[in-house]
Design a binder for this molecule. Structure first.
Ligand code: 3EB
Length: 339
């Protein structure tokens, strides 16, 4: 018997056929999935009001899930450790750390000072935790659009974030999401993914970098990058909305805002050099909508633009009042010659 015969039931790849099925490049493994069976080898489970099983770290977003899988699972590739240090809960394996801080704003006197305190705590933790490179951050808090002009809570959050980041604000900023809860929790929740070695921050040529937004959008520009190429080349794309330059587009028109958002996502991906994918291409999409009635229209359009993806839909307020939706994603499976 020839060795080849042992593999007769495997699909054959010819020069005219599909690309060879390379193993997924790198070690960031994320999945959007349901939790009927508890995930094995999880590092962290992120969901809204679902039991995370025995994961070393579980994070409850406290957003309403509207459609799609109920959880986001970051998998470990080896032994994990979990712990708590002051207000930071964390879990890590050999290469990746996930950590969360969630605190009641009323204990710190409002969103601005809470953001400053929590980001300062994050910075201090990051200085000695062994995973110094911030790749991705998420921020959730109540009533993000409450208050007028510079008093708007999102703008005040941005001020506190920049103060708390301190010297980290002058370094490569992580990709990020900032979303408003549509229920009252009083909690500022922030969590992050960090690595031992650095990623590469990516901007969007269609958009002014958020950290260069002009004064009209608030006293302090938002501290985030449009995307981060992780050390293993996984592309972590920030919350992306219908903004061109620094100006919101298509006020009141969800369909056009979605089209603009998809152009922004495609542009960031292309700008990262991620044009070609292997057979292991994976697009994880998470959609935040102000209004649940938008979900079927968006789901339909995403089935065309990202066949095979099964997006998570969550109810949330976007950081500018006129924006109706925002999409973040994790993209992997890029050809090794690119990125
Ligand atoms: C934008 O492009 C939309 O403040 O961390 C998206 C992602 C947005 C992250 C943040 C804000 C943030 O400006 C808003």
């Amino acid at each position: 018997m020839r060795a080849d015969d042992l593999f007769d039931d495997l699909p054959r790849t010819t020069s005219a056929g599909p690309e060879p099925a390379l193993p997924p490049a790198g070690r960031i493994q994320v999945e959007y999935r349901d939790l009927q069976t508890p995930p094995e080898n999880a590092l962290c489970v992120i969901s809204s009001g679902q039991a995370g099983g025995t994961a070393p770290l579980t994070i409850d977003l406290r957003l309403d899930r509207l459609d799609g899988p109920s959880a986001e699972v970051w998998y470990a590739t080896g032994p994990t450790r979990a712990g708590r240090e002051g207000i930071v809960r964390y879990a890590h394996d050999d290469e990746l750390l996930v950590a969360v801080i969630e605190e009641d704003e009323r204990a710190y006197g409002g969103i601005r000072s809470t953001a400053e305190k929590l980001y300062a705590s994050m910075r201090q933790f990051q200085e000695h935790c062994g995973f110094p490179q911030l790749l991705r951050m998420w921020n959730y808090f109540d009533a993000i659009n409450e208050g007028d002009g510079d008093a708007e809570r999102y703008r005040q959050f941005c001020v506190g974030r920049a103060l708390g980041l301190g010297s980290l604000g002058g370094k490569q900023l992580p990709a990020a999401t900032a979303i408003g809860r549509q229920r009252t929790t009083h909690q500022l929740q922030m969590f992050w993914v960090a690595a031992r070695s650095s990623g590469i921050a990516i901007e969007n040529p269609r958009q002014v970098s958020a950290y260069h937004y002009p004064r009209a959008h608030g006293p302090v520009s938002p501290s985030f990058s449009r995307a981060m190429v992780a050390p293993d080349r996984t592309l972590l794309v920030s919350g992306t909305a219908s903004i061109v330059g620094h100006v919101s587009q298509h006020e009141g028109n969800a369909h056009a805002q979605l089209a603009e958002t998809l152009r922004n996502l495609a542009t960031v991906t292309a700008h990262a050099g991620a044009r070609h994918h292997t057979a292991h291409r994976q697009d994880l999409l998470k959609v935040y909508v102000r209004d649940a009635t938008l979900v079927p229209m968006i789901a339909q359009r995403l089935r065309e633009a990202y066949p095979g993806a099964s997006p998570i839909f969550l109810a949330g307020d976007i950081c500018r009042r006129e924006l109706l939706l925002e999409i973040e994603c994790v993209q992997s499976g890029f050809s090794p010659t690119l990125l």
